[in-house]
Design a protein around this ligand. Structure first.
Ligand code: ADP
Ligand code: MG
Length: 339
């Protein structure tokens, strides 16, 4: 598909030559259960279009590797066989799982790549609440510390015969990181890759920094403020994107591994970190931890800043967050397109 440059002031569009002034090219596509949008700055429309095509193709490739819903994916094989014996996997899945385990440990299991044993009971599409018995049954199957990886053999073993890996809390971030690598390899120096709120940013938007709106979790047409970064990842997790309500309670897709039920200490978390894989997992983990423990963890990790909105809609920030964040003076309505 063709790229449409966002309109630039008339004074900036001049020479019809191929190497004219830089423009922003933007395209979006549904992928990984969300809408991905890529923006790149380039003076060459063809080059921009090819780079975006390659980045989308990369996300597609990552999805087939890590989706536990696809029976032929490597991760499905680990889930099928990994309780009985170590399963050999490719270097990428190995790396995602290894990092997922590291982040599970760092968040003391608030983010847990074996959350799926309980997570799958809360399929938001079904609008069904699991029974207490089902919850009691799934809880001991959440067990990231039983999973082992062998660097030399490049194998993964589940350790617990009833555990399952689920990469829904980290895989999108990994896809975003891979797409960013593809753009960089093609010489694109200024871009935003947005996987439905998981962003990787580099450079500038021609004449100004990229600026990303952080949505108000209870008024999604308004912004809490904007974040500007010139390199790195920005990931927001909230309870407002995928949820259902029953008898006045909101049931959403972020599961507290301690209770087997939707986490209730936060309504939205925004994490800034060097890469989106890490930011994605941490956003989920900090959401489960809530403001007190979550901000304390962000302070301990030196490359991480975080903002957590609690159920009373109070806002908690790590000490360096304000450096990147401009609060909305009064709640403002985002411009169409967001960025
Ligand atoms: P989104 O996919 O909306 O961006 P998140 O990044 O917050 O949301 O990730 C939520 C997803 O992470 C869920 O859909 C599920 O697949 C997975 N998940 C939910 N709870 C946990 C948890 N405690 N640990 C790890 N992954 C989780
Ligand atoms: Mg996440």
């Amino acid at each position: 598909a063709a790229c449409t440059p966002t309109p630039t002031p008339a004074s900036e569009t001049s020479a019809p030559s191929k190497e004219s002034s830089p423009e922003v090219y933007r395209r979006s596509q549904p992928m990984m259960g969300t809408r991905f949008e890529i923006q790149v700055v380039s003076a060459d429309a063809d080059r921009a279009g090819r780079a975006i095509d390659a980045a989308f193709a990369e996300i597609d490739r990552v999805e087939s590797l890590i989706s536990e819903w696809r029976p032929t994916s490597e991760i499905s094989e680990v889930n099928r066989l990994g309780a009985a014996r170590p399963v050999a996997v490719g270097p990428e899945l190995f790396e995602v799982v290894r990092r997922g385990l590291e982040l599970s440990a760092q968040t003391q299991g608030a983010f847990d790549i074996t959350f799926a044993a309980c997570g799958h009971l809360w399929s938001v599409g079904d609008e069904q609440i699991p029974t207490d018995e089902q919850i009691a049954d799934c809880l001991p199957r959440i067990d990231h510390s039983a999973v082992t990886v062998d660097e030399d053999e490049r194998t993964i073993a589940l350790g617990n015969e009833h555990s399952q890996l689920g990469l829904g809390g980290i895989g999108k971030g990994y896809g975003v990181d891979r797409a960013a690598r593809v753009l960089e390899a093609r010489g694109i120096e200024d871009f935003v890759v947005d996987g439905g709120g998981d962003l990787r940013v580099k450079g500038r938007r021609i004449d100004r920094p990229w600026s990303v709106g952080v949505i108000h979790p209870r008024a999604p047409r308004e912004l809490l403020g904007t974040v500007s970064i010139s390199e790195g990842a920005l990931v927001t997790s909230g309870d407002y994107e995928r949820y259902f309500e029953l008898d006045g309670t909101r049931y959403h897709h972020i599961i507290d591994p301690a209770t087997g039920r939707p986490a209730n200490r936060s309504v939205a978390v925004t994490v800034i970190a060097a890469d989106a894989t890490r930011a994605d997992a941490l956003a989920t983990g900090l959401f489960v931890m809530g403001p007190r423990e979550g901000i304390a963890l962000a302070e301990r990790l030196d490359d991480v800043e975080a903002m957590i909105v609690d159920p009373d809609l109070s806002i908690h920030k790590s000490s360096g967050f304000a450096h990147f964040f401009r609060p909305a003076a009064s709640p403002v309505t985002p411009a169409p397109g967001g960025l």
